[in-house]
Design a protein around this ligand. Structure first.
Ligand SMILES: C[S@@+](CC[C@H](N)C(=O)[O-])C[C@H]1O[C@@H](n2cnc3c(N)ncnc32)[C@H](O)[C@@H]1O
Length: 164
């Protein structure tokens, strides 16, 4: 089940091209993190993947067990149009909080910051549930509080340390 109101909001953002978060390439820290990994068999999840530059990079780097997850159907269409060779079976249009699976690695790129701050504890609990033993969340979180109403919603290193 998908939260229709929320996914409609994000689909509208894609439709109207109001996608200021989309940097148009795989973010450098994630590229560097991925480049030092040797085990190409890792099971990797990228939730709230959007146009999914990170999914594309990781897949092309030889990690074939990468799952694209986003509940906005439009975002995956853009992704698939750009990366037609990416397997359909690894593209999931669904709600992260209802997703089931077990992963070695969950990649975070502007998904956490798009959630309402009240959902953060659920994000932490859900990532913990989805990770195998010794699994990891790797990615970027804003270390700044924004002077406007999100998304994106900022935060601080201290807050994240407590949360995670
Ligand atoms: C700010 S965008 C980030 C997209 C991508 N990670 C990027 O950096 O370009 C947030 C994405 O999370 C998705 N999203 C938000 N809540 C979600 C949920 N509960 N389950 C799955 N996707 C969700 C939205 O549809 C949107 O594509």
């Amino acid at each position: 089940m998908i939260n229709t109101e929320e996914s409609t909001y994000w689909n509208q953002r894609y439709k109207q091209q109001l996608t200021g978060w989309d940097i148009g390439y795989a973010s450098t820290p994630i590229v560097e993190y991925i480049n030092q990994l040797e085990d190409k068999n890792l099971d990797i999840l990228i939730p709230g993947a959007g146009k999914a530059w990170e999914v594309e990079y990781i897949f092309n780097r030889g990690f074939k067990n990468v799952i694209y997850l986003d509940f906005a159907s439009l975002s995956s269409k853009y992704f698939k149009a750009r990366c037609p060779d990416f397997p359909d079976s690894q593209i999931i249009t669904g709600d992260f909080f209802k997703h089931e699976g077990k992963y070695d690695l969950i990649i975070e790129q502007t998904f956490f910051s798009s959630l309402q701050p009240l959902q953060r504890q659920d994000y932490v609990a859900k990532t913990a549930e989805l990770l195998k033993n010794n699994g990891k969340v790797a990615g970027l979180l804003f270390d700044i509080n924004f002077p406007f109403q999100g998304p994106p919603f900022g935060g601080s290193y201290r807050e994240y340390k407590l949360l995670f």
